[in-house]
Ligand binder design. Sequence first.
Ligand SMILES: *[C@@H]1O[C@H](CO)[C@@H](O)[C@H](O)[C@H]1NC(C)=O
Ligand SMILES: *[C@@H]1O[C@H](CO)[C@@H](O)[C@H](O)[C@H]1NC(C)=O
Ligand SMILES: *[C@@H]1O[C@H](CO)[C@@H](O)[C@H](O)[C@H]1NC(C)=O
Ligand SMILES: *[C@@H]1O[C@H](CO)[C@@H](O)[C@H](O)[C@H]1NC(C)=O
Ligand SMILES: *[C@@H]1O[C@H](CO)[C@@H](O)[C@H](O)[C@H]1NC(C)=O
Ligand SMILES: *[C@@H]1O[C@H](CO)[C@@H](O)[C@H](O)[C@H]1NC(C)=O
Ligand SMILES: [Cu+2]
Length: 614
Amino acid sequence: MGLFSSFKASVWASTFLPLIVNALPSPHGNTRNFELTLTWEKGAPDGYERDMFKINGQFPGPLLEIDQGDDVVIFVKNESPYNTTIHYHGIEMLDTPWSDGVPGLTQNHIQPGCAFTYKWTATQHGSFFYHSHSESQINDGLYGPITIHPKASNVTPYSLITQDPVSLHAIEQAERHRVPMILSDWRHITSDVEWEISLKSRLEHICFDSILVNGKGKVNCLTQEQMKPLTTPAQAQFLSLVNGSHLTDKACLPPKVLAAIAPPGSPPANLGVIPDDLFNECTPTDAPADVITVTKKKCDAEKWVMFDLVAAFGLYTVQVSIDELDLTVIAVDANFIEPIKANSILMTNGQRYTVVTKLDKPKKYTLRISSVIDPQIMFGTSIIDFQVEGQEQDTTASVPFINERGTNLTADVVYFDGLKGVIPYPPNPIPQDVDATYKVKMQVDQTLNMWAFNATKRPQYLDDVSPLLFSPVPGLQDNHTITVPSEMSWVDYVMQVSTGQPPHPVHIHGRHFYVLGQGSGSFNWSTTAEAAAAMPEAFNLVNPPLRDTYPTPAAATAPSWLVLRRPSDNPGVWLIHCHIQSHLQGGMSMAIQDGTDDMPAVPEEYLGYQCSAQ
Ligand SMILES: *[C@@H]1O[C@H](CO)[C@@H](O)[C@H](O)[C@H]1NC(C)=O
Ligand SMILES: *[C@@H]1O[C@H](CO)[C@@H](O)[C@H](O)[C@H]1NC(C)=O
Ligand SMILES: *[C@@H]1O[C@H](CO)[C@@H](O)[C@H](O)[C@H]1NC(C)=O
Ligand SMILES: *[C@@H]1O[C@H](CO)[C@@H](O)[C@H](O)[C@H]1NC(C)=O
Ligand SMILES: *[C@@H]1O[C@H](CO)[C@@H](O)[C@H](O)[C@H]1NC(C)=O
Ligand SMILES: *[C@@H]1O[C@H](CO)[C@@H](O)[C@H](O)[C@H]1NC(C)=O
Ligand SMILES: [Cu+2]
């Protein structure tokens, strides 16, 4: 205690009350029981009221705060009118594949009025989140943060930031009080309504209305004059395809333009079914921004804070920046790296970055999130309110590094893209040989809404069939399934993207993967070794980053590829999928059977789970 006892982040008191039901000390002191009650009710995160999910009456859901090594038990009560499941994004689920929360793969749906108990062990540490894995319920607010504090025995990268014992102690204290920041995009229509309009019109990228930080934000509207300097060359080129077109009132590419840039082979759009106000009406709101208060004492020698940035977006890729502050990235997707300093961080949906920063001047600093994708200009802000007891706050407005489009406003802004220079810490040599190479083709299957892996979409009805985990099929290789035989320990996944596609954030459940390389053009080699021999500059086979979510390169005018190397040592049935919600709902996913001979026996309570209370 002492020096840092006054450290406080008010976000815990409001948004993320750590919630421990039944906190009786167990003999081992290491079982954490949580209860999540899902409801469907009114809410107005950005000042506009709509129906949405809440968890224990709050949005986002409560923080699950856990210590590495804990056994975690999560009792989920579904009081909403929808079928659902809860997935723990980034959690490797060693020996508990039945708790991974994927309908039709690892469990049956939790039907309305029913409950389900997830049990897993916190083998990792860092920043994660839980979210619905049914349809596009993420877009209706069904998510919340998970923090796993590292065991003291972990080697941390803090000593690469500073050697000063006082600073090191301050960073360790900041870890105990790390502050989750859940970033999301938000619509005023429900995901059901959005999906129906999308199917009927054959257009995706229905406009969003706001960006939220910890479930709070507001609708920002731009005039045509304000949009002009923010319009990217790519957007200008797209607009020029349709005479007389300009960005809509919501700063979106208009439906006619979206139809004109649909990937090759898409059927004609049906624009008549799109309600006019979806793209063309922007009504600003004045809802309060999220405020994170950090209070220190004047005598505190070092004022460090640790933030967990969590990208719970349904679609957006964004730049995230805090005015005036140098952020030091210490973990990517919950894996420690050699620290890297940055002012603005690129994030795709599903990714997490843990950053530390040393606060100095008491002041209100603005956190900025700016969409960098073509379909819509969108930005959001929140406030880091840094107070030092007995010291006056600087009341001048903080100076931004980036604008509403994520573009640098000065020459010295340092960007972080999640790949360049990212080295796992401590060093962790990767195997140079793999047992198999699987090529997964990513493309559009017949219609724009039907994104696909390996030429065919995974049909939604599979969500309702008996989970594959309950009766795995040895050797099954089909359009929806990859089977990695039990004797294989490491395999490569080559994601091949055909021309005309945006980046797809690839997420794999269970074990994390190393991002070995990426490039443009067709990947016409049969193994990574062959490709790396031909173009060594495109690969890192020495110390590549370890992640659970990473995007394929954009393939606007040429095909692209991404190579991932993953251990196949955790038997189970895992999903590999694009984390853009409309792509996932459209079918852009496959199942991976990691070993079918040595699958752990599914416990009776899971195997026999049936509930249809209604
Ligand atoms: C756009 O308008 C110009 C004349 O202003 C015309 O020459 C051109 O064909 C039009 N293009 C399209 C795509 O309609
Ligand atoms: C943004 O950064 C680039 C590259 O460093 C630089 O050329 C450009 O001048 C910067 N923009 C501004 C407004 O300073
Ligand atoms: C797999 O996909 C290909 C290409 O779309 C299709 O021709 C084939 O019939 C599919 N196979 C099965 C078993 O569905
Ligand atoms: C929930 O799932 C069950 C079984 O898959 C299905 O029969 C039922 O119609 C679904 N209910 C809702 C509300 O979608
Ligand atoms: C893709 O599907 C075909 C069957 O159509 C199968 O032979 C092939 O192995 C699949 N690819 C992967 C990576 O599973
Ligand atoms: C593979 O593609 C590259 C260019 O992307 C080309 O130089 C090379 O010859 C091709 N190799 C084969 C075996 O087709
Ligand atoms: Cu995608």
